[in-house]
Ligand binder design. Structure first.
Ligand code: ZN
Ligand code: ZN
Length: 147
């Protein structure tokens, strides 16, 4: 009886260890919370910082919009990867180029490029086309498209 119990105990321990590893990979890793792509490989990555839980990653602004809708008040801050500097900047005050002919790596359509500086967004637009919009207007456009 003792040995059977030990075997089951060990099996349960492994299930626990394994499931913890999986939840860690999804909760704290760089996998996009919406589509499952690796957001760390995306040139249009966003990070959604939550109030108490670990931050979530998203591969593009459209996935970000949908995760924001799902989590609502649970999100404390959102940052966007600046396409020029490759550093994260606060998403609500960044500038976005939508409708350009440039294609980012590891992202999804419609391609939207984030810039911390308005000047960088304008330069990008001059080179690749599209238009410069603030965060809330990009979200509104995507929201309208999804209907
Ligand atoms: Zn995604
Ligand atoms: Zn996406």
């Amino acid at each position: 009886m003792q040995t059977i119990f030990n075997k089951w105990g060990r099996a349960l321990l492994w299930v626990f260890v394994f499931s913890t590893a999986i939840s860690t990979a999804f909760g704290q890793g760089t996998i996009c919370q919406l589509c499952g792509m690796d957001a760390a490989k995306s040139e249009t990555e966003f990070i959604l910082h939550r109030k108490t839980e670990p931050p979530l990653h998203a591969c593009c602004i459209n996935c970000t919009r949908r995760v924001m809708k799902k989590l609502g008040d649970g999100i404390a801050e959102v940052t966007a990867l600046d396409y020029r500097t490759r550093k994260h900047v606060p998403a609500p005050t960044a500038f976005y180029v939508i409708g350009s002919e440039h294609i980012p790596k590891g992202s999804m359509t419609p391609f939207v490029f984030a810039f911390g500086a308005q000047e960088d967004a304008a330069k990008f637009k001059d080179r690749f086309g599209g238009e410069v919009l603030p965060f809330d207007q990009v979200l509104e456009r995507l929201e309208a498209k999804s209907k």
